[in-house]
Design a protein around this ligand. Structure first.
Ligand code: PMP
Length: 437
């Protein structure tokens, strides 16, 4: 006899479990731009899952490549053993990364990529004899996954509280400025001076105690916040001046989301370390990665010049052969279909104009976009309760899957999106906004 009633055993992540289980939303099938709920409704996926299904759902090529790989080599230890598909995938990946980020360390998720990047940064400072440089700087409203390093540098208070002491960190202010930048198309004009706060933090802590600064080029989970024009370049310059590493967490901004391979390319700012996950396999299987400059790899390796292990870190499934097969098939799709630059072409322009057409609706205080990412921010209600989740549920009822954060609806569709899908997203949001206000 079954011990549970079907929904009991699964402790769901980032979900109000009891509320969900009283009224579950179950998706059991997906294809192309669409998800299908268990009550046989078709839902347009305006979020690419969680910013990850960049090639669209149900890509058979990826499944077939994985299946062939299972038959060939399902698994072997990545510690002191290798496999061709891992090396092939690594070489192929660094063809896509900005020039200079030519080494890749594999993880299983974005959170693990962040932990790995932070540990590489600390190991690098140790290896070059800068033993006092161990503090990390993050940013308010930043999201860097849910492990201890990630929540330490992260700036979402809900995710940080309740877990005891975290790492020694400090935080820059976030760059959201609805007063001065509302309804900016692309990058906002105002706010470059916020980067100067890094100078203040460096003065306060001393550059000889700071190992690295980590930011999302576009802050995602904190509300889809674009960097002001010149802001990331200024962070880069300040880090260079003070001998501090700059880490871009590109878990959502990589793989075509901004109309380029990575944000580093879109914004022409090269970090020292760059994280990736999600779109690296189009979300089909878990895989994360950290891309590092040669200098960092070489310094850490040189410090163990006697041939011993230079970096005591890694995962059982680092560079898992089946995940690598999925990744290679994903890169083939991206290339063959030109998906990674769609956001900076005609479809990106259509996306921008369609989203901004919502501007005149009641209750909307800001619209933000870049590439194929977007956000519609609604006014704070008089009762102080965030409205985002209500809007999400209303959109779901009307057949469109969106994501909510406080008063903001976040949009990040699969990169295969066409104009008719954009029209459906915009008309649904428009109906819902009119219903509410
Ligand atoms: N960093 C960023 C910027 C993210 O958006 C996310 C996930 N949304 C993560 C890290 C964590 O990735 P994962 O959930 O795969 O651990």
């Amino acid at each position: 006899m079954s011990k549970t009633s079907g929904y009991d055993a699964f402790w769901m992540p980032f979900t109000a479990n009891r509320d969900f289980k009283a009224n579950p939303r179950i998706i059991n099938r997906a294809e192309g731009m669409y998800l299908y709920s268990d009550d046989k409704r078709q839902l347009l996926d305006a979020t690419a899952g969680l910013w990850c299904v960049n090639a669209g759902h149900g890509r058979k090529e990826i499944g077939e490549a994985m299946s062939r790989q299972v038959a060939e080599l399902d698994y072997t230890s990545p510690f002191n053993f290798g496999h061709d598909i891992g090396f092939e995938f690594a070489e192929r990946l660094v063809q896509f990364t900005p020039k200079g980020l030519d080494k890749v360390f594999f993880t299983n998720s974005g959170s693990e990529a962040v932990e790995t990047a932070l540990k590489i940064a600390l190991a690098y400072q140790q290896a070059r004899g800068k033993k006092g440089k161990f503090k990390l700087i993050g940013r308010e409203l930043g999201y860097h996954g849910v492990n201890f390093g990630g929540i330490s540098v992260g700036g979402l208070t809900t995710n940080r509280k309740g877990f005891g002491p975290l790492l020694p960190v400090d935080h820059l202010d976030h760059t959201l400025d609805v007063t001065n930048n509302a309804f900016s198309k692309g990058l906002p004009e105002n706010g470059v001076e916020k980067a100067e706060q890094l100078e203040r933090l460096i003065k306060f802590h001393g550059s000889d105690s700071i190992a690295a600064v980590i930011v999302e080029p576009v802050a995602g989970a904190g509300g889809v916040i674009m960097p002001p024009k010149g802001y990331l370049r200024r962070l880069r310059d300040i880090c260079d001046q003070h001998d501090i590493l700059l880490i871009f967490d590109e878990v959502i901004t990589g793989w075509g989301r901004l109309g380029a391979n990575f944000a580093a390319e879109a914004f022409d700012v090269l970090p020292d370390l760059m994280t990736s996950a999600k779109g690296i396999t189009s979300g089909v299987v878990p895989l994360g990665a950290v891309f590092a400059k040669d200098e960092i790899y070489n310094t850490i390796n040189d410090a163990a010049a006697d041939g011993s292990v230079e970096f005591f870190h890694g995962y059982t499934c680092s560079g898992h052969p089946v995940a690598c097969a999925a990744g290679l098939a994903t890169l083939d799709i991206y290339e063959k279909e030109g998906l990674l630059t769609r956001g900076s072409g005609d479809i990106g322009t259509y996306w921008q104009e369609a989203l901004h057409s919502l501007k005149e609706l009641p209750g909307i205080v800001d619209i933000r976009n870049y590439g194929l990412i977007g956000a519609v921010q609604f006014a704070q209600q008089d009762n102080g309760k965030p409205i985002g989740f209500d809007i999400l549920k209303k959109c779901y009822a009307k057949g469109v899957m969106v994501r909510s954060m406080e008063n903001t609806i976040a949009l990040s569709p699969p990169l295969i999106i066409e104009k008719q899908h954009i029209d459906q997203i915009v008309s649904t949001l428009s109906e819902v906004a009119r219903d509410i206000w």
